[in-house]
Design a protein around this ligand. Sequence first.
Ligand SMILES: [Fe+2]
Length: 251
Amino acid sequence: MSKKSNSSRRDFISNTIKGGLALGFGLSAVSPLTSCAAVKNIPVAVKTGFDQQPLPYAYNALENAIDAMTMEIHYSKHAAGYAKNVKEAAAAEAVDMTKPLEDVLAKISNYSAKMRNNAGGHYNHEMFWQCMRPKTDDNKPTGKLMEAITAQFTSFEYFKKQFGDAAKTRFGSGWAWLYINKNKKLTIGSTPNQDNPLMDLSDIKGFPVLAIDVWEHAYYLKYQNKRAEYVDNWWQLVNWDYVETRFNSLA
Ligand SMILES: [Fe+2]
């Protein structure tokens, strides 16, 4: 991945956040998250488009926890497939692809199963790539995010245990999330298949700030059936700067 691509992505994230804030998406400037699906009321500052964005690192950059072949297949086959298929579904269902994908997720119950699976799959993976970076030592959040995690979960270590448990115990294929719920509290949960907390039909609802993919395609080549080992190793890859960016976009 070139420095230019990384720079472009950073610019994109920065600009979308600024755009969100400019539109009044800052938490203090909007109505509270509502208990109904109401994803439309969630101040989404980090928007997602319909096109697959460049991976922000090389396939082998995460080798400490995820092997290069897994990354290549995951990004170029699985995730690329979701990106292709969500655009097919959008074209068939008259979705305006110039608008953020979040608009579709907020009303996903109105669309087809193909849209649900692929809009979710595309959004989740676009976020997942950003939630990771090459290994850093003593990897942990800072600032207001760390304060919020400590306040909500007692300690960073206990938060990791709870989040890890959600990831390890999600039955079958799915995702574990750290998200901001309707009461503006950090919450841990998981979803099946390619569902996510932005979907109006999801059991858990809110704005996601951290995601881990626990589909077998995310880890099976290296870990086989040992999902727990994948989850435990994954912590060294978490891009807390990105997670903080998402968190702070609502703060
Ligand atoms: Fe995946």
